[in-house]
Design a protein around this ligand. Structure first.
Ligand code: KG4
Ligand code: ZN
Length: 325
């Protein structure tokens, strides 16, 4: 209910600002698009209900988009659209990728390897069996007491950390499939941090004194961040490149909030160049890596172009468990 109240509070100001900045009005809007799932239903309902209202009031068709489809299609916009020069005309020049293509989607709720043989066609080759990667970044950041969202903070700390300091487990590396698991890795970090806290506690002569919390020093935290990040990157890269080779894909793309991670971008790019040089690698430009509305409208552009599931204000519905199809 807190999420839903925050959505409601922000909806009007965000819409007002968006309309003002883009010179959009009833005449130059063609369609309304909205994320209709998956996710937290109270939050989804606010978005879908707003889109239904706009669709009804402006008399425009309504296109529901799967959140992950949006993250994938964020890659189709190669340059930011300049709002100042936008006079209501469509100046979107989309990327024309070659298929088959492999998508590594890494966000706070998803970790998936998806094969695309053509536009809007998805086959999930593997996914996490427990926590999503972003979730693991957030939980480790919380353990280290550095705040939320954890991903960017862990990445920043990792820059001054030693990634070889702790040899954390590389979960499911040799499972033979393309699935992932990150909850064990998070627990390994928890055990390490607890044991360090106990060690510092005793060193200060506080053995038996329960209520005193000892703080971890910054270098230690940075070493944890770097070692954890490297364990995550190793597994993601290994499984992605393996499945890309198997399916002989022409492109590998990254999507989702964790795709903002520069170290992941750099190491995946290097690995592809070295082991699979015929394949191209892409990631969204930085503002489109984490959740945004533009990626939803780019995905809608392809749904509309392909005459797929264009609805109206009556047919749109939020679905917490929406499947990618
Ligand atoms: O896609 P997104 O914005 O929201 C969901 O759909 O979940 O992803 C958010 C997630 C958060 O868990 C956040 O910590 C993570 O993406 N994230 C990062 C980075 N920036 C955001 N993780 C690692 N490195 C980053 N630079
Ligand atoms: Zn997302």
């Amino acid at each position: 209910s807190l999420a839903s109240r925050m959505h409601l509070k922000n909806m009007s100001p965000v819409l007002k600002r968006a309309f003002k900045k883009t010179n959009l009005n009833q005449k130059n809007i063609d369609y309304i698009s909205v994320t209709n799932g998956p996710g937290l239903i109270p939050a989804l309902i606010i978005g879908v209900q707003t889109a239904k209202t706009l669709s009804y009031a402006l008399k425009k068709p309504l296109v529901g988009i799967h959140h992950i489809e949006g993250h994938i299609y964020a890659n189709w916009l190669k340059k930011p659209i300049k709002l100042k020069t936008h006079k209501g005309k469509n100046n979107f020049k989309p990327w024309k990728p070659e298929f088959p293509m492999l998508c590594l989607v890494v966000s706070g709720g998803h970790t998936q390897i998806i094969l695309m043989k053509r536009d809007l066609n998805y086959k999930i080759l593997g996914e996490t069996v427990d926590d999503a990667v972003g979730e693991a970044f957030d939980k480790v950041a919380k353990l280290l007491g550095v705040g939320y969202p954890g991903g960017p903070l862990i990445e920043k700390m990792a820059k001054i950390g030693n990634k070889n300091k702790f040899n954390f487990t590389r979960p499911m590396m040799n499972s033979g499939d393309y699935n992932f698991s990150f909850s064990g890795l998070k627990t390994a970090v928890l055990y390490e941090v607890r044991s360090q806290q106990n060690f510092l506690h005793d060193k200060r002569g506080l053995r038996g004194v329960e209520s005193v919390e000892v703080s971890l020093d910054n270098q230690y935290k940075s070493d944890i961040a770097a070692s954890f990040q490297q364990a995550v990157i190793d597994v993601l890269i290994y499984k992605t490149v393996k499945s890309a080779k198997k399916h002989k894909v022409k492109n590998i793309i990254l999507g989702g909030g964790v795709s903002a991670n520069k170290e992941l971008q750099k190491q995946l790019s290097q690995k592809i160049k070295k082991e699979f040089p015929l394949c191209n690698f892409h990631f969204p430009y930085s503002k489109l890596t984490t959740d945004n509305a533009l990626m939803i409208s780019i995905a809608a552009y392809y749904r509309i172009k392909n005459n797929k599931e264009i609805g109206n204000w009556k047919s749109a519905k939020a679905d917490a468990n929406l499947k990618l199809k």
